[in-house]
Design a binder for this molecule. Structure first.
Ligand SMILES: [Zn+2]
Length: 466
């Protein structure tokens, strides 16, 4: 599970409160000048009159973000410079209200962990993200971008004179080194920097296939065009390490390669299956709050099932992953509900939440299939959530909405009350046996001779045996 990609959609809960206090409004003007050779950007920004300035200092386990901001100056409405006092990491106080800020940000790559989550410029490619480039409280700016000669804007942003950069907004791809592939229908754009052991065309083909599969599963596709970018991690690391973030309709995958061609294609497929799921949930639904246990656990689970269905992984591979998740869930699961653990995602360790979320999704699937003789499954859950809460729906708390849908099915109450909402735990032994599984330490296998009912369930999961 440790190599499973974190996908960081939610900003830190603690920041939410700060943001509300300092919100300056939307659509302010900004000028951003990019120097590719030094990997620096100079930002000049209009602001509502106020005295505090603060920048994000850490995000998604990446520290040192606010230290990249230098040469900060603020000016009043008469364009006179206002004295600033540094209060702490990324925190400043002006002597009197200011109306304009100017500063410079060093975008040399911070770390492998930050590649998918914060802004960077590396050689002839870069990604700008509002979250770390804008002061906290500035929700969105419309920026005029000055790019080095030969550089272009890539992705879904059309015009360098009016680039929308938002704290929770989509990334802006810049540079001359991106290779761009577009799907014939214009629904999907893929971008690549660096060399990979799979071809650009191969990735495009897979992405299209996975997107179509999810469209079938969810019953509809979110509107608009989607982009997926692949970039290499900036520092040498072991094979197979990756992280990714899905923002709106954009996925950025930052990855090391695999040692050979076949695992490299498999890894790319796994990344696409996981991240494309997020176009629907959470990015395509109007649900709020920290319900990561659900959308990460279900992204992992549904992407495993789709991997088996599309013959990218074997049924046995899925069982290995599930057994690892179950073991980890058993080891860390006592005493905290999944909902509470998710609230402390960065401190309690998110691998544990992924593992427990995945195990919960598996138990939910088995419970539903047992109850309905294989006619209902987790596909129906995610489909119902998407149908009910897709973009135009009224905003609701994610945990509340998901719990409502899960607990409406009596067969799910033991799992939900045991491990999602409550702390008593869930003993999966009986459920696994009924479903045709045998669990031994470190292993999950199918019963040697499954009966008819067990076979129905196993088949739904991709089992081919008799
Ligand atoms: Zn994810």
């Amino acid at each position: 599970m440790s190599k499973t990609a974190p996908s960081f959609y939610q900003t830190l809960a603690a920041l939410g409160a700060v943001l509300q206090i300092f919100t300056l409004g939307m659509g302010q003007g900004a000028r951003i000048e990019i120097d590719g050779s030094t990997a620096r950007v100079s930002i000049d920004l209009d602001a509502a009159e106020r005295v505090n300035v603060s920048f994000l200092s850490s995000y998604a386990g990446v520290d040192g973000i606010s230290e990249r901001v230098t040469e900060l100056k603020v000016f009043d409405t008469e364009q006179r410079e206002v004295n600033l006092k540094r209060l702490g990491l990324g925190e400043y106080l002006a002597e009197r209200p200011y109306a304009r800020l100017s500063y410079s940000v060093n975008l040399e790559p911070l770390s492998n962990a930050g590649r998918a989550h914060v802004s960077w410029i590396d050689g002839d490619v870069g990604v700008l993200v509002g979250r770390d480039l804008l002061p906290i409280g500035v929700r969105e700016v419309v920026a005029a971008l000055a790019l080095p000669s030969g550089w272009e804007l890539r992705g879904t942003v059309p015009d360098a004179r009016a680039v929308k950069l938002g704290r929770a907004g989509e990334p802006v791809y810049i540079g001359r080194g991106w290779r761009v592939r577009e799907d014939a229908g214009g629904k999907l754009t893929l971008m690549f920097s660096g060399e990979w052991r799979f071809t650009d065309e191969d990735a495009m083909e897979r992405a299209r296939e996975i997107f179509a599969e999810y469209e079938r599963m969810f019953g509809a596709a979110p509107s608009g065009a989607f982009s997926i970018a692949f970039t290499r991690l900036p520092q040498q690391t072991e094979f197979g390490v990756w992280n990714a973030e899905t923002r709106g309709r954009n996925v950025l995958v930052a990855s090391s390669d695999m040692p050979f061609g076949t695992p490299s294609v498999q890894r790319m497929h796994e990344q696409l299956r996981h991240e494309i799921f997020h176009f629907w949930i959470p990015n395509g639904v109007n649900l709020s709050g920290n319900y990561d246990w659900f959308y990460e656990g279900f992204a992992l689970y549904q992407s495993l099932k789709i991997g088996v269905k599309l013959k990218r992984i074997r049924f046995e591979d899925m069982l290995i992953t599930l057994s690892q998740a179950m073991r980890m869930a058993d080891a860390v699961g006592d005493g905290t509900s999944l909902i509470d653990a998710t609230r402390n995602r960065w401190t309690t360790g998110q691998n544990a939440i992924y593992a427990r979320g995945l195990a919960a999704a598996f138990y939910i699937d088995l419970s539903m299939m047992n109850e309905s003789r294989g006619r209902r499954m987790t596909d129906d859950i995610v489909r119902e959530i998407y149908a009910k809460y897709s973009e135009s729906a009224e905003r609701r708390d994610g945990n509340e909405a998901v719990l409502e849908i899960l607990t409406a099915r009596p067969e799910l109450r033991p799992v939900v009350n045991g491990m999602v909402n409550g702390t008593s735990g869930f003993d999966a032994g009986g459920l696994l046996t009924k479903s045709g599984f045998v669990r031994s330490p470190g292993k999950l296998e199918t019963t040697e001779k499954p009966n008819g009912r067990q076979r129905e369930i196993l088949r739904k999961l991709g089992y081919n045996g008799r």
